[in-house]
Design a protein around this ligand. Structure first.
Ligand SMILES: *[C@@H]1O[C@H](CO)[C@@H](O)[C@H](O)[C@H]1NC(C)=O
Ligand SMILES: *[C@@H]1O[C@H](CO)[C@@H](O)[C@H](O)[C@H]1NC(C)=O
Ligand SMILES: *[C@@H]1O[C@H](CO)[C@@H](O)[C@H](O)[C@H]1NC(C)=O
Ligand SMILES: *[C@@H]1O[C@H](CO)[C@@H](O)[C@H](O)[C@H]1NC(C)=O
Ligand SMILES: *[C@@H]1O[C@H](CO)[C@@H](O)[C@H](O)[C@H]1NC(C)=O
Length: 598
């Protein structure tokens, strides 16, 4: 089974309630909060008592599915409350730099993606035609494409047809949009921004049977490009299809378009119920074992390793096997593995991730969920990680074959389940800087800077190579030094740096003193407001909007533009579906890997 990425939409943070509604909710909320807190406390007590009794009864009697060394369950209970330890180091400068489960000051930030008052509603725009989209790549690459497609439709005042997913990428998943995403929700949530329809109207599609115009735009290109090159074609033809669509809109956009990106990515793109239920089932089972968990996205599939050109310690067998896969990309040259590693071009091995986590001070009682497809080398590759973190869980250890059966044949659905478990984790760590790691990093920043550790592979490479010459204290201190600025702290990325999908700064607001004051005011006034007339309510709503808009100045989202020099090609599709003009893609799926890499 091969797959690689996934996604999830956090609904609560993104919903766009009217301010008045929010106010009305507040008194109820604070009571509810107290109530929940006491209920949770009670539940925690009960669960501590019964954890002894639950013996993972959902783990089925299949010997291969034995999950974790249950011997350590008592320790796992402790993991719930314990912060990472300093591993007994006598060097205080080391102790100081271990990290905690939550990033500092994260409570001061929140995701903010509402449009400004100047952003027209979709029904005020005159449609210039229909935009069709064919996405490209694995699930998260496609997710970026869908996000940008909505914004492009909006830029062009086009009606968007629900995008087609890529069935031909390396990941070979035949799922359609509505198998992965809740399509009705997608249409409904975006209705104020863009008109989205499931299919072209019949009259139009009949007229189109002759000739459908397809275009491919360069990666990360500017709104001006769309307006000067794409809009005239759309207006002339009324229906236009953009192919190979992924990250096709620049990092740098006006604030309202960036916010729209966030509304799409973090709200409109909600997984279908079966996927979401499965994800939450897994989370529930993990949290039965420990209230806190680390999720690791391990990209260690054979294709990925072959593409990297690095050596991972598997001897002749590995060299032959990966070498054979590598032939798929005709343009790849032989590489010097050690040089690649030193230059940070190799994803971390499972064991290296374990060492990194240990260097940060995570105890061996921490619960680790491993999100991955096929792990090259299987259990043998995972063994060094498991030696450091025995409480290692996967989809397969947490759920029965029967439960997973509906998803197994669909790499994107499996990836989507992993996305949910990773997005909700207390700590997220990746061994790679691929699409899923990046999108999750952005999503988790949006959700309040949840702890996210991304390997600074460029620096770590040489530290791991020198490991045998270093004491543990020296080694771990170096690892932590390399990782400075890569642990998901709120201010670690300089304004304007990084790609939008991994750092959606335009959609992250900081609570200001004014806002805190307003919250206090709300609490004081709440009863009066609720009992007063609509006019008062509207005034308050207005004040809240004003404050929210001033907060928006927080991020500097102007980023670099590095549109590829990919020639834009206009080509016509023949009625039998053949394309003219599009060059055969000699590198096969290479784009799946190159895309998004720096
Ligand atoms: C403590 O760690 C720092 C940073 O790695 C290092 O420079 C220093 O020499 C260490 N001190 C001792 C006593 O090991
Ligand atoms: C889209 O519609 C708005 C409002 O009518 C208008 O200001 C804008 O110029 C239109 N843009 C395009 C590309 O047609
Ligand atoms: C996706 O849609 C196509 C065309 O409607 C259909 O033939 C195919 O079976 C669908 N895929 C799945 C997995 O249902
Ligand atoms: C975890 O580490 C402690 C020492 O820090 C050790 O005593 C214990 O045996 C370890 N547990 C496991 C399950 O490896
Ligand atoms: C963003 O950064 C640019 C370049 O550093 C600067 O000119 C601009 O004023 C900044 N904008 C905000 C809102 O901070």
């Amino acid at each position: 089974m091969k797959y690689r990425s996934g996604q999830h939409a956090l609904v609560l943070l993104m919903a766009r309630p009217r301010a008045g509604m929010r106010i009305a909710f507040l008194p109820a909320l604070s009571t509810l909060f107290l109530l929940c807190a006491s209920v949770l406390f009670g539940l925690a007590l009960v669960s501590i008592l019964i954890v002894r009794l639950i013996d993972l009864d959902y783990v089925h009697n299949n010997a291969r599915l034995r999950p974790i060394s249950i011997a350590s369950k008592a320790e796992m209970r402790d993991a719930a409350s314990a912060l990472p330890l300093d591993l007994g180091s006598s060097n205080t400068s080391i102790v100081l730099s271990t990290i905690t489960w939550r990033s500092k000051n994260s409570e001061l930030y929140y995701g903010c993606s509402n449009p400004s008052r100047h952003f027209h509603r979709a029904d005020e725009l005159q449609s210039n035609g229909y935009l069709m989209i064919v996405t490209s790549g694995g699930l998260n690459q496609q997710r970026t494409g869908i996000t940008d497609a909505v914004v492009v439709a909006r830029l062009l005042n086009a009606t968007l047809v629900v995008p087609d997913l890529d069935h031909h990428s390396y990941w070979k998943d035949s799922s359609n949009f509505s198998d992965i995403f809740d399509v009705n929700w997608f249409i409904k949530i975006l209705a104020p921004d863009v008109v989205v329809i499931k299919q072209l109207p019949l009259t139009i599609s009949k007229a189109m049977t002759k000739r459908l115009v397809s275009m491919r735009v360069p990666r990360k290109c500017s709104p001006q490009y769309y307006k000067s090159k794409i809009l005239p074609v759309l207006q002339k033809k009324q229906v236009l299809r953009l192919t190979k669509f992924d990250y096709r809109l620049s990092n740098k956009l006006d604030l309202d378009y960036q916010k729209l990106r966030c509304r799409v990515n973090y709200n409109a793109l909600r997984f279908t119920e079966p996927i979401s239920d499965m994800g939450h089932l897994l989370i529930g089972r993990i949290r039965q074992l420990s209230s806190q968990y680390i999720a690791l996205h391990l990209r260690f599939e054979p294709d990925m390793l072959a593409f990297s050109g690095c050596y991972y310690g598997g001897g002749e067998k590995e060299i032959n096997e990966l070498g054979a896969i590598r032939k798929r990309w005709k343009t790849l040259h032989a590489k010097n593995s050690e040089k690649e590693r030193r230059n940070g071009k190799c994803p971390l091995t499972p064991g290296e991730v374990g060492l990194m986590l240990k260097a940060f001070g995570f105890g061996n009682d921490s619960v680790l969920y491993v999100a991955s497809g096929e792990v090259y080398g299987g259990d043998a590759s995972l063994a060094p990680l498991k030696a450091l973190f025995p409480n290692l869980l996967t989809k397969e250890t947490l759920a029965s074959k029967e439960e997973l059966r509906p998803f197994l044949q669909y790499s994107s659905r499996m990836a989507a389940i992993d996305y949910i478990v990773c997005e909700q984790s207390d700590v997220f760590v990746a061994n790679n800087n691929g699409n899923m790691a990046r999108i999750l990093a952005g999503h988790r920043r949006f959700s309040g800077h949840k702890r996210t550790i991304r390997p600074n592979i460029k620096k770590l490479g040489s530290v791991f190579l020198a490991r045998s010459e270093l004491s543990w204290d020296q080694f771990s201190a170096k690892v932590r030094a390399c990782q400075k600025g890569f642990t998901g702290e709120p201010n670690e990325i300089k304004p304007g740096r990084g790609e939008f999908h991994e750092n959606p700064a335009a959609c992250i607001c900081k609570k200001s003193a004014a806002k805190e004051k307003l919250e206090y005011f709300r609490e004081q006034q709440i009863n009066q407001i609720v009992n007063s007339n609509d006019e008062d309510l509207q005034n308050i709503e207005h004040d809240v909007d004003e404050l929210e808009n001033t907060d928006d100045q927080f991020g500097n989202y102007t980023a670099f533009t590095d549109a590829e020099s990919l020639e834009d090609q206009i080509h016509i599709e023949l009625p039998d579906g053949r394309d003219t003009g599009e060059l055969p893609n000699q590198d096969g799926d290479m784009e799946d890997f190159l895309w998004f890499e720096d």
